[in-house]
Write a protein that binds this ligand. Structure first.
Ligand code: CO
Length: 134
């Protein structure tokens, strides 16, 4: 069911430092920082040939990534995002498999303007999984 890896998201405590690591040390193409108030994050996209890395930094007081950074003060891999052809078909299949879909179980519009769902890390090898309709 899952297709391409759309992105890997890394939560970072210091966005400028993270940009310097990816742009200067690793030599990647790095976007300008974009505030996404609806998602409580500031995002920098690292464009790779075959996928993207998203550097996530908390925005506002109730950022969903703040608890993760509290537990992982130097940052870390926050989630992986896989593309699916149909988000509702994917949701129904995940629920039929007994996997926990986070939130109210309905897709939300994600950072790329496409419908997304998040799946509980305990059901997916300890990794938060985002499904995005391609
Ligand atoms: Co994501």
């Amino acid at each position: 069911m899952i297709g391409k890896l759309n992105h890997v998201a890394i939560a970072v405590p210091d966005l400028d430092k993270a940009v310097a690591v990816y742009r200067d040390a690793l030599g990647a193409n790095v976007s300008a920082a974009t505030d996404e108030p609806d998602h409580g994050v500031t995002v920098v996209f690292v464009e790779l040939e075959n996928t993207k890395i998203e550097l996530l930094h908390p925005l506002g007081d109730n950022s969903p990534i703040q608890p993760f950074l509290d537990k992982n003060p130097s940052g870390g891999m926050h989630h992986v995002c896989y593309e699916v052809p149909d988000i509702m078909v994917a949701r129904d299949r995940m629920q039929a498999e007994g996997a926990r879909v986070l939130g109210d179980g309905n897709p939300k519009i994600g950072a790329h303007g496409k419908p997304v769902l998040f799946l509980h890390p305990k059901d997916f090898c300890g990794t938060l999984v985002e499904l995005e309709q391609a």
